[in-house]
Design a binder for this molecule. Structure first.
Ligand SMILES: C[S@@+](CC[C@H](N)C(=O)[O-])C[C@H]1O[C@@H](n2cnc3c(N)ncnc32)[C@H](O)[C@@H]1O
Length: 260
């Protein structure tokens, strides 16, 4: 049995709050934030405000897990990484489950590696006991209009350096799904798909879904986001329906699938 990081008992009468101004899809940010600033003062304690999510009367569990907080804070390299706290904790908790199963960890769409590294550092850092495969084109973004800061020649090299102390991380550069030909695990315990593109995500599922072990978890980062991401939910719902699976939509914008 692999021991998980200890979870201290927090005070029963104290609640954490989380607030960031990083959100998307807002027409008048100044007015929006002024209104939310007023609204948060009208709600009962324990609120979470960020990443397009405002909820209150919550325990805000990510902030009550000090080992996670350290992993999250040490790895956040931009405002978005800080804002998506709850999304990151979903990954950390899925990983805490999957680490006990047979099979490797996989992330399709790694970008700077912050999602991978947060999970690994939460669960042992350099002692993380699984092989973690990360796939991305790295030096460019094949999804139109989605290039992230730094995606230019040399980026892959910089991300490899970020994982220098982690021999269990195998970063594969290239366009998915073809880059699976460079190597891919046969047994998968944890599969995080974050490509921002319906066709590519379905292509990944076509190759990897059958390799996910019973009890394994699949996290679809964009599943419950609408707008330009809605195409992913529409395609994935049909794909999973044809296999008699239902995606669990999360208020974080992610979708979760438990493999049978
Ligand atoms: C949103 S970012 C991933 C963020 C990362 N999962 C995290 O948690 O920080 C999406 C990434 O998917 C990559 N990508 C999109 N389509 C791809 C494809 N067909 N093959 C390889 N990488 C792809 C992009 O280059 C980009 O780095």
């Amino acid at each position: 049995m692999i021991p998980l990081p200890p979870l201290p008992q927090p005070p029963a009468d104290e609640l954490k709050i989380f607030q960031t101004t990083v959100s998307w899809g807002i027409t008048d940010p100044e007015r929006f934030h002024a209104l939310l600033d007023e609204a948060r003062q009208l709600v009962a304690p324990g609120y979470y405000l960020g990443d397009n999510l405002f909820t209150w009367c919550r325990n805000v569990s990510p902030l009550e897990d000090p080992h996670f907080v350290t992993a999250w804070q040490n790895n956040a390299i931009n405002d978005s990484d800080e804002a998506i706290l709850w999304r990151r904790y979903i990954l950390a908790c899925a990983a805490a489950h999957a680490i006990h199963l047979e099979g490797d960890f996989v992330e399709c769409g790694v970008y700077a590696g912050t999602g991978v590294k947060t999970v690994i550092d939460y669960l042992g850092g350099p002692q993380f006991p699984k092989t973690f495969w990360g796939y991305d084109t790295f030096d460019y973004n094949p999804v139109e209009g989605h290039a992230f800061p730094g995606q230019a020649p040399g980026f892959f090299h910089a991300i490899c350096e970020r994982f220098q102390a982690y021999p269990q991380v195998r970063l594969i550069q290239g366009l998915l799904p073809d880059s699976f030909q460079q190597g891919a695990p046969q047994r998968i315990a944890y599969l995080h798909i974050d490509l921002n593109h319906a066709e590519a995500e379905i292509a990944v599922l076509n190759v990897l879904f059958d390799r996910v072990v019973p009890g394994g978890m699949i996290i679809l980062d964009d599943y419950e986001w609408s707008g330009v991401y809605r195409a992913q939910k529409l395609a994935e719902d049909q794909w999973f329906q044809s296999r008699n699976y239902r995606v669990m939509p999360l208020p974080t914008g992610q979708g979760l699938v438990f493999k049978r």
